[in-house]
Design a protein around this ligand. Structure first.
Ligand SMILES: C[S@@+](CC[C@H](N)C(=O)[O-])C[C@H]1O[C@@H](n2cnc3c(N)ncnc32)[C@H](O)[C@@H]1O
Length: 323
């Protein structure tokens, strides 16, 4: 199995949230959604680790320059996120749906832009949703709501949203046409989709570098797990979106480095937390694991400079419009 493939992760350990969460839920989208229990499904192996996505973040260490550790997914994606944020085109009265919102940085940013509207973030991971609610409350973002839900099948209110956004949260649907059709139904006619997805493995230095260090190969037998590169091919994505009821599909190339930590030690801790890394090490005998760890440390060191550890990356911003 490829070292950079995804693994199904636990997405349902926590309950529905604290009383404080419920206060937040009453701001805009309360009672719109029924949260159904669902089978666990993955954040990306490549970035799932301590689920990336801010789950390990503490407010005092939320950026690459703040302390020795921990890293988080928001810090990793900071330069890509700048481009994505500019692409949303959110109007003050918009209602925004954030698909696979993780710990909700993009949802909070959308809510701030939609000052007279609001944003709803949904994610399969109850742990991420709990963290998203904590962070929104800590930052005092009132027009945001989070729900533990499977975007592929959740009965969203029909035509409720002007815009659906996602930062790497749409690549893991078991049935992408059904999922995007479901998201489309939540949009008003001519509502927009703006999502960031990875371009191919070969174009992403971080993916090739980790794979090489861990001794994996994309040529190995395919895993059953979801693939972070499943929406890398524009022709395929356009076909999926057209079949799901979207039109005017466009792709913008986003070529920015991603950040793995302020130094090699922090980056090694971050990458060792990825599910794929843990799995790769678990498969190796002690001596081989030691060698792989050395290779990984060397790879990270080769990408370190005074600003920390950075890898080249390429993503698409995909835009589309509901028919
Ligand atoms: C790579 S993470 C990105 C998280 C977040 N968008 C961010 O940028 O921090 C992918 C997220 O998509 C979520 N996800 C995967 N499939 C989903 C689905 N069918 N419905 C809702 N969320 C899903 C995962 O639980 C995970 O939190």
């Amino acid at each position: 199995m490829s070292a950079i493939r995804l693994r199904v992760t636990d997405a349902g350990r926590l309950g529905a949230g604290s009383p404080a969460d419920r206060v937040l839920q009453l701001t805009r989208f309360d009672q719109l959604l029924e949260v159904a229990p669902h089978p666990p499904l993955g954040a990306g192996c490549y970035d799932s680790g301590p689920i990336g996505n801010g789950i390990v973040m503490d407010e005092e260490h939320s950026g690459p320059d703040a302390g020795a550790s921990p890293m988080d997914y928001d810090a990793e994606l900071q330069l890509l996120n700048e481009v994505l944020r500019r692409a949303y085109g959110i109007e003050p009265h918009d209602n925004v749906l954030d698909i696979g919102c993780g710990a909700g940085q993009t949802t909070r940013e959308a809510a701030r832009m939609a000052a007279e509207g609001g944003a709803l973030g949904v994610d399969l991971s109850a742990e991420s949703i709990a963290r998203a609610r904590e962070l929104a409350q800590a930052e005092g973002v009132r027009n945001v709501t989070f729900e533990h839900a499977d975007a592929q099948v959740h009965p969203f209110p029909s035509g409720r949203f002007e815009l659906a956004i996602s930062r790497f949260g749409t690549m893991f649907f078991p049935d992408p046409i059904a999922a995007f059709a479901n998201i489309g139904r939540a949009l008003r006619p001519a509502g927009r989709l703006v999502m960031m997805v990875w371009q191919g493995h070969e174009l992403n230095e971080w993916s090739r570098a980790i794979e090489e260090a861990l001794g994996g190969s994309r040529d190995a037998p395919a895993s059953e797990a979801p693939d972070p590169f499943s929406l890398a091919d524009p022709a395929r994505v356009e076909g999926i979106l057209n079949a799901a009821g979207f039109t005017h599909v466009t792709f913008s190339d986003v070529h920015r480095p991603i950040h793995y930590g302020r130094d090699v030690a922090a980056a090694l801790e971050w990458v060792r937390g990825f599910t794929c890394t843990k799995e790769a090490f678990a498969r190796l005998a002690a001596a081989s694991a030691e060698r792989a760890l050395g290779r990984l440390r060397g790879t990270l060191a080769a990408h370190a400079d005074r600003d920390g550890v950075w890898f080249d990356s390429r993503a698409w911003i995909v835009k589309a419009r509901r028919r």
